[in-house]
Design a protein around this ligand. Structure first.
Ligand code: 5GP
Ligand code: ZN
Length: 105
């Protein structure tokens, strides 16, 4: 856990749509689609580049958590987006997965 990390704080104290097994889902504060959720792992890594720091079983559970979050939100068709690096639009440096469903804003 990183002391000054917004998403570490939200993993601990945020308003979770769902939580299980080292992962949480929250609503994006500035939704870009009808449904815009963020999946945050409890484990702090700065970006997707460091995804190799996850033990293999945890990485698999993270992907399943993303899929389960979309399903439980009632989404059949949706997009999963990970921005990697400032040049790609990443603004919070704690790995997270955008789950976007419905009409884009
Ligand atoms: P990124 O741009 O790093 O891929 O995604 C960061 C996302 O976090 C953005 O979509 C932004 O709207 C969202 N965000 C930033 N601050 C907060 C916050 O305090 N609460 C929530 N729920 N979302 C946030
Ligand atoms: Zn963090």
């Amino acid at each position: 856990m990183a002391d000054d990390c917004l998403f570490c704080t939200l993993v601990r104290d945020g308003d979770h749509v769902r939580a299980a097994d080292g992962f949480v889902a929250i609503k994006d504060i500035a939704p870009q689609a009808d449904t815009h959720l963020l999946v945050l792992p409890e484990r702090h890594v700065p970006s997707f580049r460091e995804v190799g720091e996850f033990p293999p079983d945890e990485a698999q559970r993270m992907l399943e958590f993303v899929a389960d979050t979309a399903r439980e939100a009632g989404l059949e068709d949706y997009r999963v987006v990970v921005n990697v690096g400032e040049g790609a639009g990443q603004t919070v440096f704690h790995l997270h997965w955008h789950v976007l469903g419905g009409v884009a804003a």
